[in-house]
Design a binder for this molecule. Structure first.
Ligand code: THU
Length: 130
C-alpha cells in the first residue's frame, strides 16, 4: 500500500544523504496531490546554517514538478527511536499540506503516526495573508 511504499522510498533516499558534518543521514518521501511520490534527503553545507532537511528536499522536489498539495510525509532517521520533523519543516509542510499525515520511522519498529495539525497547531499559513 501507499504508506509502505513511502516508507521504502524514505529509507532508500537516506542513502544519497549529503551529511558529512552531522553524519546523520535522513530520508523522506511524500505523497502529492497527483498521487505521485517524491523523495529527498538532507543536504548539508560547510556553512552549517544552510543545511536542508530531507523533508524539505522532498517537498521542494514535488513542488518543482508542479505539485501544490502534500497528503502524506514519511521521514526516516537513523535512530533507535523515531523523531518528528523540525520546526522549519513543519512550517513548510503546512504550506502545502495543512491536513497531511506525518509518519516517522527509524531503525527499530517504533513509529510516530500523526498529523501536521497536531505537530503545528494554530499554524501561520497562506490564508493569513489574504
Ligand atoms: N534532519 C533532517 O533532514 N530531518 C529531520 O527531521 C531531522 C534533521 C537533518 C538536518 C541535518 O542535516 C541533520 O539531520 C542533523 O540535524
Amino acid at each position: 500500500k501507499t504508506v509502505a511504499r513511502l516508507e521504502r522510498l524514505a529509507r532508500r533516499a537516506a542513502v544519497a544523504s549529503y551529511s558529512p558534518y552531522s553524519r546523520f543521514p535522513v530520508g523522506a518521501a511524500v505523497l502529492a496531490g497527483s498521487g505521485k511520490v517524491y523523495a529527498g534527503c538532507n543536504v548539508e553545507n560547510a556553512s552549517f546554517g544552510l543545511c536542508n532537511c530531507a523533508e524539505r528536499t522532498a517537498i521542494f522536489s514535488a513542488v518543482a514538478a508542479g505539485e501544490r498539495k502534500i497528503k502524506c510525509v514519511v521521514v526516516y532517521t537513523p535512530t533507535p527511536a523515531p523523531t518528528a520533523p523540525c520546526g522549519a519543516c513543519r512550517q513548510v509542510i503546512n504550506e502545502f499540506g495543512p491536513k497531511a499525515r506525518v509518519i516517522s520511522i527509524c531503525d527499530s519498529e517504533q513509529r510516530i503516526d500523526t498529523t501536521l495539525d497536531a505537530l503545528l497547531p494554530a499554524a501561520f499559513g497562506p490564508d493569513d495573508l489574504d
